[in-house]
Ligand binder design. Structure first.
Ligand code: URA
Length: 249
């Protein structure tokens, strides 16, 4: 049993606040009886209607970890017909969405789910979920440049929060440096812009970790289902109440 406003918002009809209003206005019925605010229902066995229209049965929640290749955009649909990350999971019938974004030219770890509450929790800036990237940059950043990346650099949309940065490799032949950069923010093209701000353009970018999950065992273009333990851990991190999860299987 769950609160009606939660069921209605999970069905995508209205936000929780708006759903409460619908209930107060007497526009919601459970098995034909007008519901009052505070009522609970079981969406899997009862018929819940808003303005006489039954809610679609709630989908079971599914969670995937994808190793995104370059050349796929991180949206569910693209008006210009470009390849999206969903093209890489053709067998999934649920309406899943990527948890955040990776640029078209960035590869690596991307979570996908139809659990909107968990997704919003993980993306909420206050949760400070860490993401780790390996960036191949042009040139050889000085100690000073590395320190600037660590301390925070000034971008047009604000100063970045402190980051963890280390040099993994310096290739004299190509003149490029491999940096590992961990951040807990999600500004648009943040890693590329941070590196550019200290004078080093990014030639290749890969996300290797998200919220402590890694790409281990998942080849480029492939995906795997998250384990129940991993989902529980993400819930803890996103501070979503455990009742929010209706896991498939
Ligand atoms: N930072 C970037 O610059 N690009 C991404 O795709 C992710 C983080």
């Amino acid at each position: 049993m769950e609160r009606l406003q939660k069921i209605i918002s999970q069905a995508g009809v209205a936000s929780r606040r708006a759903a409460e209003k619908l209930i107060e206005e007497g526009r919601v019925t459970v098995d034909g009886v007008v519901a009052s605010l505070g009522a609970q229902a079981d969406a899997s066995t009862q018929t819940i209607c808003v303005d006489g229209v039954p809610l679609q049965k709630a989908e079971a929640h599914v969670y995937f970890l994808l190793n995104k290749p370059k050349g796929y955009i991180s949206t569910a649909k693209d008006e210009r017909g470009r390849k999206t990350v969903l093209d890489l999971l053709p067998e999934v019938e649920e309406r899943i969405y990527p948890v955040g974004r990776l640029d078209n030219g960035t590869e690596g770890l991307l979570l996908l789910t139809n659990d909107g509450e968990l997704m919003n929790g993980l993306l909420h800036p206050a949760r400070e979920v860490w993401k780790t990237y390996v960036a191949q940059v042009e040139g050889h950043p000085t100690k000073q440049a590395l320190q600037m990346l660590k301390n925070g650099v000034s971008l047009e949309d604000g100063v970045t929060a402190p980051a963890k940065v280390r040099v993994l490799d310096w290739d004299a032949k190509s003149g490029r440096t491999k940096l590992e950069i961990s951040i807990h923010e999600g500004k648009n093209r943040q890693v590329r812009r941070m590196c550019e701000a200290v004078g080093h353009s990014v030639q290749a970018l890969k996300r290797t970790e998200f919220a402590g999950l890694s790409l281990s065992g998942v080849k480029r273009g492939e995906h795997r289902v998250l384990s129940a333990n991993e989902v529980a851990y993400l819930y803890e991190l996103a501070k979503v109440p455990a009742s929010g999860g209706r896991r498939k299987g």
